[in-house]
Design a protein around this ligand. Structure first.
Ligand code: ITT
Length: 180
């Protein structure tokens, strides 16, 4: 058993397909305003490490759109809540440079120490929203080498190539080597 602390059930469902023994602990924690996801994770790991006994992981992810100077990036959660996918598509309306990168950093508290595991997925921003699966920005993100958005893929397909899938397989390898 290993705990993932998140407020986002969709994330948990994706992660459980890769590490079935994960258990979700639904808890909010402060996400500081910082320039990088890594800094957000470092702060959160120390904050939660003081409050919670034992080992756990957290996941902080963001969508970095190259033509928008990496916006929404570390502000992805706030931007999704405010302008959403419609707002992003509007910002990209007259833009032909559509490349974007999804990034996940998984922070792990293990035996009182902090570790980070990173996963990236390159792709592009679609011209319109497509698909019903997944969550967040999935309907507007087409991973490199595909025609479909993440929201048009099954969870298994998304996991195979996604930012979160890549980071989490590193976690699984770590646990296999050092875990209980
Ligand atoms: P936590 O409780 O785990 O922090 P959250 O939903 O706040 O959950 P993040 O801060 O990591 O998660 O996510 C930032 C935003 O990016 C948020 O709006 C998510 O919906 C979106 N997002 C994260 N991972 C995504 C993915 O794999 N596909 C599409 N959108 C994603």
């Amino acid at each position: 058993m290993f705990r993932i602390i998140t407020h986002n059930k969709n994330k948990y469902e994706e992660m459980r397909k890769i590490i079935p023994e994960l258990e979700m602990l639904d808890m909010k924690y402060p996400e500081i305003q910082a320039d990088t996801i890594e800094e957000v994770i470092d702060f959160a790991l120390d904050y939660l490490g003081d409050k919670i006994e034992g080992d756990f992981i957290i996941d902080d992810s963001g969508l970095f759109i190259h033509a928008l100077n990496d916006f929404p990036g570390v502000y992805s959660a706030y931007v999704f809540k405010t302008i959403g996918n419609e707002g992003i598509l509007r910002l990209m309306e007259n833009e032909d440079r559509r490349e974007a990168t999804f990034k996940t950093v998984i922070g792990m508290r293990f035996a009182g120490k902090n570790f980070k595991f990173v996963g990236l997925c390159h792709g592009e921003i679609a011209r319109e929203m497509r698909g019903k699966n997944g969550f967040g920005y999935d309907p507007i993100f087409i991973p490199e080498g595909y025609e479909r958005t993440f929201a048009e893929m099954t969870t298994e397909e998304k996991n195979r190539i996604s930012h979160r899938g890549k980071a989490l397989r590193k976690v699984a390898a770590f646990l296999k080597r050092f875990g209980p």
